[in-house]
Design a protein around this ligand. Structure first.
Ligand code: SAM
Ligand code: DTB
Ligand code: SF4
Length: 332
């Protein structure tokens, strides 16, 4: 089956069919890469990569049963739960991240959804990080429309809430919240005028059809997420979902390429899992259209390549950090 060849001057489509997306995944690798690069270059400078630093502002003890997550009480990972961090401590980390060259600071909390009193503290963090001149992102579970509006009011730029996998595979991964719950939160985030960061995880034992289903779910949202994180499962030794064979790195690269083609104006993040990836695989991801990374030695609970080694990789590949003006063009 031939994948559709479409000029990349069109308005991004939200009517992709699963058959079209499956056909993209099935393209010969050189053809897929050629198409992805064409789309990437039509919308972005391919030498620029957005850099986001993550911090876990509240770690562990989460009541949800997400089978991939080290922070769920259902997964016996031995992770110590902590309280919500103090605002000043978070701002000190944000200053350090800015100093190291990050443009966005992403604050993650291991909650099913935030309590209103905790949201006051998160809003204070957002205000403080904004005042440093950085972009802000929060990921704290399900939000009501009112909570999303409060975060917007505090100056938040992005809210991260992932679809994680295909609608069909979802019940094998999480049972404590539904796919529709996630879509509802995304609608509240969008409705509040926040930019959406939404992607998923691959390498959880899902089928190739499930990867098609994940990209289909993302690319047919009413508006494409401004930021699309594609995570490779990390912490396989503790994850309840990690019984399967490891994902072939080239299937990861294909997932990035199909995300790039179907969501041409979105920033696609080569997200968790880089520490286990060779420089060659990461380079292929950048060629496939990835233009964002998590930057700094830690994700939430697991490690990430050190900033020095990423700077060295950027130098080897002739890449540079994306200036804020390029990266925030879709921020409302
Ligand atoms: N508790 C909030 C929630 O679930 O929405 C926010 C934090 S949660 C850790 C954010 C996202 O990180 C998850 O939706 C998932 O996509 C990703 N993630 C968590 N654990 C992961 C892992 N072991 N490997 C890859 N991605 C992971
Ligand atoms: C996302 O898509 N990936 C990030 C972020 N959103 C919050 C989280 C990755 C977590 C990796 C596992 C850990 O460090 O606990
Ligand atoms: Fe909790 Fe988020 Fe981890 Fe799920 S992914 S267990 S909601 S911290």
């Amino acid at each position: 089956m031939n994948a559709p060849a479409r000029p990349h001057t069109e308005i991004p489509r939200s009517d992709w069919t699963k058959a079209e997306i499956a056909a993209l995944f099935a393209l010969p690798f050189p053809e897929l890469m050629f198409r992805a690069q064409g789309v990437h270059r039509a919308h972005f400078d391919p030498t620029q990569v957005q850099t986001s630093t993550l911090i876990s502002i509240k770690t562990g003890g989460c009541p949800e049963d997400c089978g991939y997550c080290t922070q769920s009480v259902h997964n016996k990972t031995g992770l110590k739960a902590t309280k919500l961090m103090e605002v000043d401590a978070v701002l000190a980390e944000a200053r350090a991240a800015k100093q190291a060259g990050a443009s966005r600071f992403c604050m993650g909390a291991a909650w099913r959804s935030p309590k209103d009193k905790d949201l006051d503290v998160v809003c204070a963090m957002v205000e403080g990080v904004k005042a440093l001149g950085m972009e802000t992102c929060v990921t704290a579970g399900m939000l009501t429309a009112t909570q999303a509006a409060r975060l917007k009011q505090a100056g938040l730029d992005y809210y991260n809430h992932n679809l994680d996998t295909s609608p069909e595979y979802y019940r094998h991964v999480i049972t404590t919240r539904t796919y529709q719950d996630r879509l509802d939160t995304l609608a509240h985030v969008r409705g509040a005028g926040l930019s959406v960061c939404c992607g998923g995880i691959v390498g959880m034992g899902e089928s190739a059809a499930d990867r098609v289903g994940l990209i289909h779910a993302l690319a047919t949202l009413p508006a494409h997420p401004e930021s699309v994180p594609i995570n490779a499962l990390v912490g396989q030794d503790t994850a309840a979902v990690a019984k399967a064979e490891k994902l072939d790195p080239l299937d990861f690269v294909r997932t990035i390429a199909v995300a790039r083609i179907t969501m041409p104006e979105s920033i696609v993040r080569l997200s968790a899992g880089r520490e286990e990836m060779s420089e060659e695989t990461q380079a292929l991801c950048f060629l496939a259209g990835a233009n964002s990374i998590f930057y700094g030695p830690k994700l939430l609970t697991t490690s990430n390549p050190k900033a020095d080694s990423d700077r060295a990789l950027f130098a080897k590949l002739g890449l540079s950090p994306m200036p804020l003006s390029e990266d925030n063009r879709s921020v409302a």
